[in-house]
Design a protein around this ligand. Sequence first.
Ligand code: ADP
Ligand code: MG
Length: 319
Amino acid sequence: MELCVHVSGLRKSYGQVHAVDGISFDIEYGKVFGFLGPNGAGKTTTIRVLTTLVHPTSGIVKIFGKDIVKHSREIKKRMGVVLQEPSFEANVTVDRALELYGLMWRMPGEKRRDRARELMEKFDLVSFSNMKNDELSIGQRRRVQVAREFMHDMDLMFLDEPTVGLDPAARRTLLDYVKKYVQSGLTVFFTTHIMEEAEYLCDEIAIINKGKITATDTPDGLKQRYGGVKTVEIKLKDSTTQSVMHIIRQIADGSVIETPAQDTIRIGSAEAQEMLVKIIEYLSKNGVQIESISINPPTLEEVFLTVIGGGGSGNEGRA
Ligand SMILES: Nc1ncnc2c1ncn2[C@@H]1O[C@H](COP(=O)(O)OP(=O)(O)O)[C@@H](O)[C@H]1O
Ligand SMILES: [Mg+2]
């Protein structure tokens, strides 16, 4: 089966800086692949290499089954890129911006106008089509920037932290526009440092840190693999935690224990179930009544922090 993207042992160094330090991953057609990592992780460098803006130092990159160094022109025609740094032409109106992109891709006149009209509607740009770029909000500009990329037919789109600078509502809206296209078969390579976004949009997530991929999986798979730690919360009825804390500490030895309220104990543990059984046994034996109990799986953010922190035992007190 042909893969949309195949990357094997990719390195990109700038002098002593190994921006991308031997990464490998595959992306199937029609999937959204998320690159999740902190600043300086190597996300943009990877996009630069995959979109043929810079040459790899070493390694193999195949897109649409073809080597990107040998077939860059052919590959470029079938992909779109929205770079991190916006390139806004202050004086250009929204409809003109789409028109210019159509011209750039040498689209015939009628097709160009039809497509522009369609995108204006799809991205809700109609009401400000005559406004100039510098009169728009950051969110609106981003939308134009993404929309204009769709002026040409493509099979693969790269989005480099497209939601930076947007408020949560505008972020969600932008991701929803992308989702519409994904449903019609587009393959997307998306970078972000925001876990919720990766979770919302991606079929598969690679966590990248210091030029290396530390984990690749589905959002659920990541949670299962790295989410051993669960948070147990016990709220007592008509008692404070004070009288039982010394025993709880013994039962939950080695775990992170907090008391967010006078009657509430919160424990982060990899053996949450077993621990909870022991605690309940002890409490009922001693006549301490329980108001409520909850066990919560980790958020993707907690997974991310665990993996970034080197994996294993690290639960930095965020129970
Ligand atoms: N053109 C360049 N010259 C030198 N160092 C670079 C260049 N581009 C990126 N880097 C370095 O490579 C590392 C990864 O950068 P980048 O890919 O931009 O990370 P991210 O997009 O994940 O924030 C950083 O340490 C950055 O300073
Ligand atoms: Mg970047």
